[in-house]
Design a protein around this ligand. Structure first.
Ligand code: SF4
Ligand code: SF4
Length: 83
């Protein structure tokens, strides 16, 4: 499942440089996550690092519109990083 940045985002820029997949970008109003690049940090970290560094509680959540199994996330990781 990709993650989703909600409108609680204050555009603080803490998350963007931390994403190992460059999935986070500056959107029209708030920061956004490209669901095609977000792997929940699988292959890099045990937990989603953007959630870890975000200072706002429950600002970054699981995106119910992009449900994926662990297997699918691993496949995405391999595709992104060309292993
Ligand atoms: S969960 Fe990981 S891969 Fe997904 S946007 Fe956050 S930092 Fe990037
Ligand atoms: S760390 Fe949280 S508040 Fe800061 S830009 Fe990222 S999503 Fe927004």
């Amino acid at each position: 499942m990709a993650l989703l940045i909600t409108d609680k985002c204050t555009n603080c820029d803490m998350c963007l440089p931390e994403c190992p997949n460059d999935a986070i970008y500056v959107g029209a109003d708030i920061y956004e996550i490209d669901p095609n690049l977000c792997t929940e940090c699988i292959g890099h970290y045990d937990t989603p690092t953007c959630q870890k560094v975000c200072p706002i509680t429950k600002c970054i959540i699981l995106d119910p519109a992009h449900q994926e199994t662990n297997e699918e996330l691993w496949e995405k990781f391999v595709l992104i990083h060309h292993f």
